[in-house]
Write a protein that binds this ligand. Structure first.
Ligand SMILES: Nc1ncnc2c1ncn2[C@@H]1O[C@H](COP(=O)(O)OP(=O)(O)OP(=O)(O)O)[C@@H](O)[C@H]1O
Ligand SMILES: [Mg+2]
Length: 300
């Protein structure tokens, strides 16, 4: 790993306007240190845009980003040596074997020495637990394995900063648990910036979260602070009452539903939940902003 004093990402007043006029980011400020950092936000919030700027694939329209102290525009090569990136749509390469994919990507990233490449590939496959499928064709991997292959390629150069964009979409519950564990393990000595709208996938290992809503950071802090902000807004009600005005349903069983109160008073018989989950807190926060933060279809 490149040895810097401390791995970090600093986003300073970053705005991004796409050709055509979409303002995808508005004066975004973030300070990210070692550990797992969750970037939450509904579709179109600007998560991928921010991540592409951090990885030097896009330039900000205003403001600047530093990765481990290096500027993503002026010192692009230094930043690239320190960042591993798993893009949202990593899934090409279907006909190749796992090891071939990694070898090609390692060569593209400038690792010319064959022996060194083998070493790095073995290390990356080991880190994500894919050693046993090194010879398997990519199209025969499960969704979870494909995501882990994506992480393996991001780890090839053993970077101190890892940026992973919606890595858990399409995974089954078991794969999600494994992935969460993998992120927690990798986060011990790196910065991991992970975007998701499946809040539960951040897991207990997540130290900080930021909420991005229509290009603006509307919250940054610990998950417990976000949960604290939702107290008094999450209730258990009879299922037939869950669709009442002013409520947003989060989950239900046959006998009860959990809802977030958006406005007005809770319905008769509602029981306040003392310890809302992080996704309930996220929903409550977004709903109060009049956001469109629907994660309902993802909550089981
Ligand atoms: N290349 C582009 N050209 C023009 N507009 C774009 C481009 N990429 C993204 N946008 C717009 O910028 C905004 C932010 O998009 P972005 O992909 O960053 O959001 P996101 O939070 O990653 O969404 P999702 O959860 O769907 O992945 C959206 O309004 C999107 O339509
Ligand atoms: Mg995205």
């Amino acid at each position: 790993m490149v040895n810097d004093v401390q791995a970090s990402i600093r986003v300073r007043s970053v705005s991004k306007r796409y050709p055509g006029g979409t303002k995808a980011l508005k004066k975004v400020e973030l300070e990210i240190g070692p550990g797992l950092f969750g970037l939450l936000g509904p579709n179109g919030a600007g998560k991928s845009t921010l991540m592409r700027i951090i990885c030097t694939l896009l330039e900000p329209s205003e403001g600047r980003v530093e990765v481990c102290g290096f500027d993503t525009v002026g010192q692009r090569a230094a930043v690239r040596r320190r960042v591993g990136y798993l893009p949202q749509e990593f899934g090409a390469w279907r006909l190749q074997r796992v090891e071939e994919v990694l070898d090609t990507l390692a060569r593209l990233s400038g690792l010319a020495d064959r022996r060194l490449r083998r070493e790095r590939i073995e290390h990356a496959l080991g880190a994500v637990g894919l050693e046993s499928v090194a010879q398997r064709k990519v199209k025969k991997l499960s969704g979870g394995m494909l995501r882990r292959l994506g992480v393996a390629q991001a780890l090839l150069a053993d970077p101190p900063v890892l940026v992973v964009d919606e890595p858990t979409v399409g995974l089954d519950p078991e794969e999600r648990i494994r992935f969460r564990q993998l992120m927690a393990d990798l986060g011990h000595d790196r910065v991991i910036l992970l975007s998701t709208h499946i809040v539960a996938d951040l897991g207990a290992g997540c130290g900080q979260v930021a909420l991005l809503d229509r290009g603006e950071i509307v919250f940054q802090g610990s998950p417990s602070r976000l949960v604290a902000a939702a107290r008094g807004r999450v209730f258990e009600v009879e299922p037939r009452l869950a669709s009442a005005e002013g409520l947003e349903e989060v989950s239900r069983t046959a006998s009860m539903a959990r809802v977030v109160l958006i406005d007005g008073a809770p319905p008769d018989g509602a029981r306040e939940i003392d310890e809302p989950t992080l996704e309930e807190a996220y929903l409550a926060f977004m709903a109060r902003r009049g956001g469109h933060g629907s994660i309902l279809e993802e909550v089981s």
